[in-house]
Design a protein around this ligand. Structure first.
Ligand code: IMP
Length: 438
């Protein structure tokens, strides 16, 4: 029987989804990336060499795997060209036989990136975007003048399409930097280049996914960013412009919710990070934060920005479990906290005179003002990467997992960057319990 599993970030992105995607990929026949664009970054190790992909699903590494870039994605043709080129050089097949792009995905135009950058440079802006043109691209989509990959079929329409974009975007660009707006003819040329890049890959991806389900294939839906960056359910307005939650997989893959079997959320264990603006109730500063940042390599894969570091927030995690209807949690990077004597875990917020336990009872502004209520867990000094079974974990770690499991079942614990450094409690694609690796 076909299994369909959505994997999403349960925090503010950068939870270590890449490693879990790589592990689950072994069991999947198709990987579908369903939203976002090159604001995401996933570090792949190919033949011992590191490379970062932003658009192409990481399942591309597995020979024969079909990879879909779905309906709700925002695709930058330059990034796609560079990325497929880099993969090809490493002997990875990126041909249209196995890589498919939805005709409904939107194109990130250079003016979208320009506007994103200009807005970030303007005074008063505190979103801290990746400047990859994501916001402006989704704004054009919502305004119904965005340009979709499927629009590239007929160049006779390019002039009209470009005019729609121009009218929406030129006044703001002009206001932020006079004379920076390119001419319409340049945008038309850009579309012609995008046409050459994307057209060979265009497919009816929704139909492909449906057929795959019916023929018994296992499908992994790969989320990008994290729940708390979701346009609707995140810490608005400090969010990205797409749907990052599990529900987004349906819209972004062109299927209905009854198709999905499981939703697994990925969260760092014991700590969490955030990059960009917005509230972060459990954020810590000083030497300990610096130590965790360094040990965990907490620097943005796309922008290189140092990530803010804080303790694990179970108020936020419980919320993520709810809005994603999580059936499991994959906990990552616990090894980063080895040697830290006490691990405080946030279980509630104090806000004015109230104790708040529901994340969405507060807005982003309120969240700036809360004082976290912590439960303290003793740390561990043992080298976890020698541990093969849950039963062999140090008692202090078991206690921490037990507390997290009051929210959702922990299905996987990652104790180091390597694939072997993983304890699988349950594999959503194939029922396995308490075995070290797949
Ligand atoms: P945008 O998606 O570039 O518009 O950025 C909006 C917010 O989402 C900013 O705070 C970014 O730092 C954050 N963001 C976007 N993509 C990622 C990601 O892949 N990991 C972590 N944060 C992200």
């Amino acid at each position: 029987m076909s299994k369909k599993v959505v994997l999403i970030g349960a925090q503010w992105g950068d939870e270590g989804k890449g490693k879990v995607v790589d592990l689950y990929t072994e069991f999947a026949d198709i990987v579908v990336r369903y939203s976002g664009g090159s604001n995401a970054g996933h570090t792949l190790v190919v033949n011992g060499e590191k490379m970062i992909t932003h658009l192409v699903p990481s399942g591309i590494r597995k020979p024969g795997m079909k990879c879909i870039m779905g309906d709700d994605m925002a695709l930058d043709p330059d990034v796609f060209k560079e990325e497929t080129g880099a993969l090809r050089v490493r002997n990875i097949d990126v041909s249209p036989k196995r890589l498919f792009i939805s005709s409904e995905a939107h194109i990130v135009l250079s003016v979208c990136k320009l506007l994103d950058g200009l807005r970030e440079g303007a005074s008063g802006n505190r979103i801290g975007t990746t400047k990859r043109g994501i916001g402006p691209t989704y704004e054009l989509r919502a305004a119904r003048v965005g340009i979709r990959v499927g629009d590239l079929h007929d160049p006779r329409n390019f002039d009209g399409l470009v005019r729609g974009v121009y009218e929406k975007i030129a006044p703001e660009i002009d206001r932020l930097r006079r004379d920076a707006m390119p001419k319409c003819s340049e945008l038309v040329e850009e579309l012609s280049r995008a046409r050459e890049i994307f057209l060979p890959y265009v497919a009816n991806t929704s139909k492909m996914v449906e057929r795959a389900c019916k023929s018994g294939d296992n499908i992994l839906f790969e989320g990008a960013q994290g729940t708390l960056l979701d346009l609707t359910h995140g810490t608005y307005p400090f969010v990205t412009s797409s749907s990052t939650i599990a529900g987004g997989a349906c819209s972004g893959a062109g299927i209905g919710p009854t198709m999905i079997d499981e939703a697994v959320g990925v969260a760092k264990c014991g700590y969490m990070t955030r990059v960009g603006g917005g509230p972060f109730p459990t954020k810590i500063k000083g030497e300990l934060a610096e130590q965790i940042r360094k040990t965990g390599g907490e620097f943005g894969a796309t922008t290189g920005r140092p990530r803010d570091v804080g303790w694990m927030d179970l108020v936020a995690l419980e919320y993520a479990a709810r809005v994603n209807s999580l059936t499991g949690l994959a906990l990552t990077k616990l090894d980063v906290l080895r040697g830290i004597p006490v691990i405080p875990v946030c279980v509630a917020y104090k806000y004015k005179n109230w104790v708040v336990k529901d994340f969405d009872d507060l807005d982003a502004h309120d969240l700036e003002l809360v004082v976290p209520v912590y439960e303290e867990f003793l740390g561990f000094t043992e080298d976890l990467n020698r541990v093969c079974r849950r039963s062999d974990l140090p008692d202090n770690v078991k206690r921490l997992l037990g507390r997290v499991e009051e929210i959702a079942e922990v299905v996987l614990l990652s104790t180091g960057p390597k694939a072997e450094e993983t304890i699988v409690f349950r594999n959503p694609f194939a029922e396995v319990s308490d075995a070290r690796t797949f």
